[in-house]
Design a protein around this ligand. Structure first.
Ligand SMILES: *Cc1c(COP(=O)(O)O)cnc(C)c1O
Length: 407
């Protein structure tokens, strides 16, 4: 493991080796410094920590269970598979963990409003929920095309009191929503907190979001000790921006006996160009204020990406993951749309749990791996979210898989 002190990263400029940092217009530097300082303060502030712990327990429902998937473990005949059940959190995914942390931090800074962009609406819903309970206004920018596609999430955000701002520029999707939200934030940063939805963006966001998500791995450590009397052998998580993966891995980064695997979406295949396997196929560049691996066109623009899981189709990745790839601490692999859809159906059939299509990428790789291992070995897969949102889509796009006619 070449003795890297992973948990002492990033440095005070937000760098994980060559990755990370803060590449933003000068006028935003002050706003980011304010966030960075508040973040350092809350780490040792007992009133913040008590309020955060209270919400995680009684509002989110933590700790989320560590569930032994006995049926699948038996059917595969190899390693024992456990699911970390982030799908059972209030709002149905891991995102609420960091949205609550960010909302509480915004409140502490005396801000009136949290804002963000959203693509499929999952970050928007989690943030609107956190804003409602913490008592802040919420403004979500969303491309017009996504607003039509994700009508239920839009209604839900509005019900929770968020203002959803339609973005009509360019392709009317996530990229334009980012620009639109950022444009407003530059005007309003004195009263507004920008809440990023993953371990991405300029310093301190990658570090801060990982900090709020690291509860996942700390619980896994304790639950594994209680249930099994030892640590797991392998941890597996899907990687979009990388927050659920880092949340699971963080506590184990310096634990040599535990292997860590991140699963990227290879979409319609790595050769097709229609994927979002950033670490597998990208190269270093600057995107959204950070130095990291980026899927790029020949001219260096962020490429169009694809995955059936809307939470995974991002052309960048959190800078810590770029570092963990290069240091070799985490192994990054990929699973394609079809494998994810199969894992989605298989998990539903065998375990009675409908996983998010994002999580299904991690499950697909876990099932591939488990049968090659021995029954005393233990795999923990992060069930990052529930799949209710994906049922119609899988039934439509993969009818032969969804209705059991082949696989
Ligand atoms: C958003 C999302 C992801 C991807 O985001 P990460 O930051 O990579 O974790 C994964 N799973 C679910 C259920 C999501 O909603």
């Amino acid at each position: 493991m070449n003795n890297v002190k992973y948990k002492s990263l990033p440095d005070n400029k937000g760098f994980y080796g060559n990755f990370g940092g803060s590449f933003v217009p000068p006028m935003l530097e002050k706003a980011l410094q304010e966030v960075a300082q508040a973040f350092q303060e809350i780490k040792n502030d007992s009133s913040f920590q008590e309020e955060y712990a209270r919400l995680l327990k009684d509002f989110v429902g933590r700790p989320s269970p560590l569930y032994h998937a006995r049926n699948l473990s038996k059917e595969l005949g190899g390693a024992q598979i456990y699911f970390k059940r982030e799908d059972l959190n209030h709002t149905g995914a891991h995102k609420i963990n960091h949205c609550l942390g960010e909302a509480l931090l915004a409140k502490r800074l005396g801000k009136k409003k949290v804002m963000a962009e959203t693509g499929a609406g999952q970050h928007g819903v989690a943030l609107a929920t956190a804003a409602a309970v913490v008592g802040l206004e919420c403004e979500i920018h969303m491309g017009e095309i996504d607003i039509v596609k994700q009508a239920d999430n839009v209604k839900r955000m509005r019900l929770l009191g968020a203002k959803v701002v339609p973005v009509s520029a360019g392709g009317r999707s996530l990229k334009e929503a980012v620009d639109s939200a950022f444009g407003v934030y530059i005007q309003e940063y004195e009263t507004t907190f920008f809440a990023i939805g993953s371990v991405v963006g300029p310093h301190p966001y990658p570090e801060m979001v990982a900090y709020f998500q690291s509860i996942i791995g700390r619980e896994v450590r304790q639950q594994a000790q209680e249930k099994l009397g030892r640590l797991p052998d392998i941890l597996i998580a899907c990687v979009g921006g990388g927050s659920n993966a880092l949340g699971l891995f963080y506590d184990f980064l310096e634990e040599e006996s535990v292997s860590l695997v991140g699963v990227e979406p290879s979409g319609k295949g790595l050769e097709s160009g229609k994927h979002a396997a950033t670490l597998t196929m990208g190269k270093p560049g600057v995107l959204h204020g950070m130095q990291t691996y980026v899927l790029q066109t020949e001219t260096g623009e962020a490429a169009q990406v694809h995955s059936i899981a809307s939470g995974l189709d991002y052309p960048g990745i959190g800078p810590f993951h770029s570092f963990l790839k290069e240091s070799g601490r985490v192994k990054y692999v990929s699973a394609d749309d079809r494998e994810a859809a199969s894992a989605f159906v298989r998990t539903s059939l065998c375990e009675g749990i409908v996983p998010a299509l994002e999580s299904s990428h991690a499950l697909a790789y876990a099932y591939r791996l488990a049968s090659t291992l021995k029954p005393e070995q233990i795999i923990v897969v992060n069930m990052s979210g529930r799949g209710d949102k994906d049922i119609d889509f899988v039934a439509q796009e993969f009818p032969e898989i969804a209705f059991g006619l082949g696989n």
